[in-house]
Design a protein around this ligand. Structure first.
Ligand code: ADP
Length: 443
């Protein structure tokens, strides 16, 4: 069975809008009646569910922020009795109470459907073997990809994240066709395989479906060449459903990821004022879940920064989003300049001597904030230099690479940063999950 749902995925825009509007109106009625938080928010503004007649009226509805999920923890934002939820998931938030979301059986089916759609767009096909290296458990990644891959008709290996040696052994024994994991863990795997002397051609993976953290084209290039795969982006968040909210088509790489907008209606708004922004402008991504039953949200403020736009030359009619530049709350403001770590990652692209293993160290000297970039030398370069050079890090070519990166950062980002080149294997790697690229010594 093919999982390309032509009727939905290539639906003409007017038809798609009509479907979204019909779903939106029902949703608004439902959340107003079932969820006290929304009733109160509407009543305070004198807004009635009947006032939302079309997508154009959406902006009248106030945003739902993460704090509302915390304040109504655990079941206060459920639109169904807890007993009707067949599954609960939590976001991987590191501080305080987690964010809890519930799924009815229909929600689980929807989750599997959008992930199956996503995997198909990523190049996966029924019968292929998916090595699912997303974490299983409360995190939506593991089970989300699992059910979606099964729905597509793949054979799923539920190996979860980490255990790199075992990942490599089973991948060889079972000839896994595809892997899904975080991009940083894909880099870890590629590195381990190289250390074991495996050439990319010997690695059976054909596709890598990567998400859960921001990544750039330089990481794509390293994963594709290191694992011999076609790598595509999968995006999502627990509050909306989990991974599978959006997905890049493997043949349309670099042009953005389709948002499955028959279920998740996106908006981009100004991060300071909340005003809606036109297509193509960068701002905060906001979602309304059009069909979810247990934990629906209206205008959920994801905090993720990107842009959305229609791509008329694409295979599907659904709107696309660009790569996530970062989360608004992870944005550093250094001497008045906004900085996301992905900007430094992008600057690393094309600097041959350096690897993609980097970390930003933020510190304060007097009243000035400073950022240092620690980045490892490429392993092959190191191996060659060490044969003839006593202090590799003082070699002319290394000092040159350091200067080049410093210049590139200054001209592309507008900030002066100290660049420290490190020998390989000295900077933290992903051991299976999301990798923190920032060490903030000011905290
Ligand atoms: P947490 O907020 O605790 O990390 P989730 O595990 O639900 O919760 O992760 C969702 C977040 O992960 C998104 O809001 C986004 O910041 C990030 N994310 C997920 N997929 C991607 C992706 N493909 N690119 C960039 N960031 C992503």
């Amino acid at each position: 069975m093919s999982y390309f749902n032509r009727e939905i995925e290539t639906m003409p825009l007017e038809k798609l809008r009509a479907l979204q509007e019909e779903r939106l109106k029902k949703l608004v009625q439902k959340v107003y009646q079932k969820i006290p938080h929304y009733k109160q928010a509407f009543d305070e503004l004198g807004l009635r569910p009947e006032d939302i007649r079309s997508i154009e009226d959406l902006h009248k509805i106030p945003f739902t922020y993460k704090v509302a999920l915390r304040e109504n923890y655990p079941f206060g934002l459920f639109a169904v009795p807890r007993e009707e939820a067949v599954r609960l998931h939590c976001s991987s938030g590191t501080t305080g109470k987690p964010i809890l979301v519930g799924y009815t059986q229909n929600d689980i089916n929807l989750f599997a459907e959008v992930v199956a759609r996503s995997l198909y767009a990523a190049g996966c096909r029924p019968g292929m073997l998916m090595q699912n290296a997303y974490g299983y458990g409360l995190f939506t990644g593991g089970l989300g990809l699992h059910y979606g891959a099964e729905k597509l008709g793949m054979t799923v290996l539920p190996i979860s994240g980490g255990g790199t040696e075992k990942q490599i052994m089973l991948m060889q024994d079972f000839k896994s066709d595809a892997i899904c994991c975080t991009p940083s863990y894909a880099l870890t795997l590629a590195e381990h395989m190289k250390q074991k002397g495996m050439a990319p051609e010997e690695i059976p993976f054909k596709y890598a479906v990567l998400g859960a953290e921001p990544w750039t084209e330089s990481v794509r290039a390293a994963v594709e060449s290191g694992l011999g795969v076609k790598a595509s982006n999968i995006y999502g968040l627990s509050e909306i459903i989990g991974p599978g909210v959006s997905q890049e088509d493997v043949d349309e790489k670099g042009t953005g990821s389709y948002i499955w907008e028959d279920h998740f209606f996106p908006e981009i708004v100004d991060k300071d004022t909340g005003a809606p922004l036109p297509y193509g402008k960068e701002g905060v991504l906001v979602f309304t879940t059009l069909t979810k039953e247990a934990s629906p949200v209206l205008r959920y403020w994801t905090n993720d920064i990107t842009s959305i736009y229609y791509d008329r030359s694409a295979k599907r009619s659904h709107i696309k989003m660009g790569p996530i530049i970062g989360r608004a709350d992870d944005m550093l403001i250094i001497r008045g300049v906004n900085l996301f770590h992905t900007q430094v990652e992008a600057a690393l692209d094309g600097l041959g001597l350096l690897s993609n293993n980097y970390q930003l160290v933020v510190s304060r000297s007097g009243s000035m904030d400073e950022v240092a970039v620690n980045v490892e030398l490429d392993q092959d370069v190191f191996d060659i230099l060490i044969q003839t050079t006593e202090d590799v890090l003082q070699h002319d070519s290394v000092l040159n690479a350091q200067k080049q990166l410093q210049h590139k950062i200054k001209s592309e980002i507008g900030l002066s940063m100290k660049v420290c080149i490190k020998i390989p294997q000295t900077i933290d790697r992903s051991e299976g999950g999301k990798l923190n690229r920032i060490l903030d010594l000011r905290k």
